[in-house]
Design a protein around this ligand. Sequence first.
Ligand code: PMP
Length: 407
Amino acid sequence: VPPLDINQIRADFPILQQQVNGRRLIWLDNAATTQKPQHVIDRISYFYKHENSNIHRAAHELAARATDAYEGAREKVKHFLHAASVNEIVFVRGATEAINLVAQSWGEQYLQAGDEIILSHLEHHANIVPWQQLAARKGLVIKVIPVDDDGQILLDEYARLLGPKTKLVSFTQVSNALGTVTPAKKMVEMAHQAGAKVLVDGAQAVSHLRADVQYLDCDWYVFSGHKVFGPTGIGVLYGKEALLNETQPWQGGGNMIKDVTFEHTQYHAAPGRFEAGTGNIADAVGLGAAIDYVNHIGIDLIHQYEHYLLQYATQLLKDIPGLRLIGTAPDKTSVLSFIFKDFTTEQVGAALNQEGIAVRSGHHCAQPILRRFGVESTVRPSLAFYNSCSDVDTLVEALLRLRRSKI
Ligand code: PMP
């Protein structure tokens, strides 16, 4: 077992100390959102007690403190993603907003009728709908990379879809519905060879795998703070600096301008040009604290430990009579998705809730990939480093009890 002190780690997460329905809470809904360590909660509280101010504008002590805290968080994100410069880190509301930003700024500016966008069959709705909306406005064509029966990207099919009309490839690094890890570096390389830009959706990746945008060489990378032990309402758009600077701004307002007259406005360089208005300063600072916490534990250790836990859970779930696992790729992180014969996914979710176990049952905002496997809904336990083999055992026992109740 990779050496993580789970009891020590659990003690860092106040919400995990609770009882739910008379049982110890077992949080297995990490793909939907993660819980927050005391360190993050304290950091946000410290901000409001000691630093709160709007940033950049006012020439007083608290403005300086708030600005330092906010820009310090940007620096932390830069290191976390291994970006080349802080100018490549734009704070947004989350992964969804980041993708919409790219679609509505770069997409509006550069794409024309007949151009093609390639997505994968694994995508979350957040990486489908903004492109569909853009395609409808501009007359673009969307093509979809199929997956095999284990839920893995079919690279040969992808190669066949790429062509001179491909302007953009946008895909997820980790599937939120199945846990598949995609061959992101290879996919980026193939897109670039075809002359297309690439957006990688890291929403499900950054809490499980070491993120490295320079290694991936993607043009944009997006994630949400709340899925990596940080607050809701804050997320990140990474973009290569030159690309961000040649892209027209998205929203207009304060902060993003150098100079305004009624005739003409000059915009700031990135990241400022994409941060119109007062941003979510406190939660950006909270995200910085979450990154500190992850670094303190170590993302490589987290990766090893979760891999071990996923193997353990997969073996046990496989042996439960009537349970069909969906998404059986060898390269996966943290997500298990299944259906259970004789029970609806809602019934399974409700039965587990009775035992204090939180899982998501539903379509996970990824209807196309579930339909690829002939289902509308699955039960989805998803793991984080504060989960243990004993959490998995409790899940398995609850499922076995449910099975016996039918016999
Ligand atoms: N992409 C993926 C792969 C996701 O899992 C999610 C969240 N479930 C999103 C995008 C959207 O993230 P958010 O709702 O935080 O904007």
